[in-house]
Design a protein around this ligand. Structure first.
Ligand code: CMC
Length: 428
């Protein structure tokens, strides 16, 4: 008869243990009973980089990396990208269900009417160096926002919590746009609450002297789709950081500054910036084979390729390729596209990449679209962080409401010196 248990025999002692299996998983704490003697601490599992450790149960995002599936709350990403908009998807991710018309209208109204930031935040941002990296400004300003909303620390109060969520989703595009204008030496543009979420963002980026900014509908929709694709991605580095910091019960602004800092790295959300720099360095289709050779010689990484979870094509990359065509109709083709396509063609045929299941990820083509839309490269990680806000916050709420969660605190295997006596400096 089959049983949902795992039997482990400890060959050091000959003892046998029966450990329950739930959801194809064993509890790491169940290993602790495995001891050589009573004084033994008990067995642990060792998993650097959490390659095979589930840190939470979650109902938000489902990924099947082998099949290339991504769903938010059960809805396939392809359907959301085609039929939804970012704010509706954000509602879905946060609350678990698509909103009714009434719920959507209220949600949209609240978000679009919290877009202004305190004037002191504007002043604070103006204090950055003239060419400050927008992501550095974004992260620092996000952390500083905790000082403007001290009730954000009342994390057990659901009303206060949702208030901070509204503020963060509404105000971060403003902070992001200010960081862009600052970096360009342009005056900051205040929000226009008559426009859509992405339309207003484009206005704060691009508006000059015109009385009313009218976003290009194709670019507005393209950005909205890109925002949907980036809204959540379960327990990635940034989200895990959000949960870890949040587990100490700090306020969401501070926790999110940490999550955004994690996102900034070139192996994570900073990869879109790194892809563009790589494509510009390659410079011409004829240089692609040499670059691929350098990757295979382990001298370089092919940025925008590979993923910890997807071992098949990243479904977001497939949608982004379609969006790229629509954007290029308006902006004209990005000359780097030819290099990207050639890199992809060679990589998908080459044994090195095939054997390692290395496929283009979300960052491979997003940067090419952003550049065609005239975003400076340094803005790319910021464009990832804005839509990820809802993912971070939804995962944070889920963590706070999960009775199995406690302050995150991994174990270590200590391999350093045993106890030894202090040696005075003149004897060392
Ligand atoms: N170029 C060349 N080789 C690679 C690459 C790459 N981009 N990615 C993985 N490999 C190789 C790696 O060297 C290893 O080879 P071997 O087994 O012979 O030592 C094998 O493939 C498995 O890679 P891994 O490093 O064990 O995989 P990982 O799950 O630890 O890393 C990753 C995942 C995304 C960090 C990595 O693929 C990478 O560095 N990619 C480039 C950066 C990038 O595009 N990041 C964006 C990820 S998607 C968006 C996001 O997360 O924000």
């Amino acid at each position: 008869m089959s049983k949902d248990t795992l039997t482990i025999t400890d060959n050091r002692t000959g003892r046998t243990y029966e450990i329950p299996i739930e959801h194809d998983t064993i509890q790491a704490m169940a290993l602790r009973q495995i001891k050589v003697n009573e004084d033994d601490f008990g067995m642990m599992s060792y998993d650097p980089a959490f390659k095979n450790t589930a840190s939470t149960k979650s109902t938000i995002t489902y990924i099947d990396g082998d099949k290339g599936i991504l769903r938010y709350r059960g809805y396939p990403i392809e359907q959301l990208a085609e039929k939804s908009n970012y704010l509706e998807t954000a509602y879905l991710i946060l609350y678990g269900e698509l909103p009714t018309k009434e719920q959507y209208d209220e949600w949209e109204y609240v978000i679009l009417h919290h877009t202004f930031v305190h004037e002191n935040i504007t002043q604070l941002m103006k204090g950055f160096r003239h060419d400050a990296h927008p992501m550095g400004m974004f992260i620092a300003t996000l952390a500083a926002m905790s000082t403007y909303y001290p009730e954000g620390r009342e994390i057990s109060d659901p009303d206060k919590r949702i208030k901070q969520i509204h503020r963060l989703i509404a105000k971060l595009p403003t902070v992001a746009a200010f960081s862009y204008r600052h970096n360009r030496g342009l005056p900051y543009v205040y929000p226009d609450n008559d426009l859509s979420y992405t339309g207003n963002f484009l206005s704060m980026l691009d508006k000059m002297s015109e009385a009313k900014y009218k976003p290009d509908p194709v670019l507005e929709r393209a950005l909205d789709v890109l925002f949907i694709l980036h809204a959540d991605h379960e327990q990635n580095c940034g989200t895990a950081t959000m949960r870890v910091i949040g587990s100490s019960h700090t306020d969401p602004y501070t926790a999110m500054a940490g999550a955004a800092a994690a996102l900034y790295g070139p192996l994570h959300g900073g990869a879109n910036e790194a892809v563009l720099r790589m494509l510009m360095e390659i410079g011409d289709v004829k240089n692609v084979p040499d670059f691929v050779k350098a990757v295979k010689n382990r001298e370089r990484l092919l940025m925008g390729f590979g993923h910890r979870v997807y071992k098949n094509y990243d479904p977001r990359a497939r949608i982004i390729k379609q969006v790229a065509d629509e954007v290029f109709e308006v902006t004209g083709k990005n000359p780097l596209l030819a290099i990207a396509l050639e890199l992809e063609r060679i990589a998908l045929e080459d044994d090195f990449f095939v054997e390692r299941n290395l496929y283009p990820n979300v960052d491979f083509y997003s940067g090419i679209i952003y550049q065609a839309m005239r975003f400076p490269i340094a803005m790319f990680p910021v464009l990832f962080a804005i839509p990820r806000t809802i993912g971070w916050l939804s995962q944070w709420v889920e963590m706070l409401e999960d009775s199995e969660q406690k302050i995150a605190r991994p174990r270590q295997i200590y391999l350093g010196e045993g106890e030894r006596d202090f040696v005075p400096m003149d004897k060392r």
